[in-house]
Design a protein around this ligand. Structure first.
Ligand SMILES: [Zn+2]
Length: 77
């Protein structure tokens, strides 16, 4: 997951605050988390890299925010 994807989802209002059910307005502190990949013995097996963000609801008076690696759980499809 890239920061562009998170930005896109937020601008499309696809990430929903679990508290007030409104679209999350912003995020902060994007961190790319890379899992180490062992690429030995011809066995190239890749592990997905994640990204950790602080989702911030931003819909006053709701003050919900959460730092999560599993922000995809909040995507409203
Ligand atoms: Zn909220």
């Amino acid at each position: 997951m890239s920061v562009e994807k998170i930005k896109g989802l937020i601008s499309e209002k696809k990430i929903v605050c679990p508290k007030c059910k409104k679209a999350v307005q912003k995020f902060d502190k994007y961190v790319e988390t890379m899992d180490s990949v062992w690429d030995g013995a011809g066995d190239s097996h890749t592990q997905a890299a994640g990204s950790k963000v602080t989702l911030i609801c931003g819909n006053a008076p709701c003050s919900w925010q959460e730092r999560s690696e599993y922000w995809e759980n909040y995507i409203d499809e």
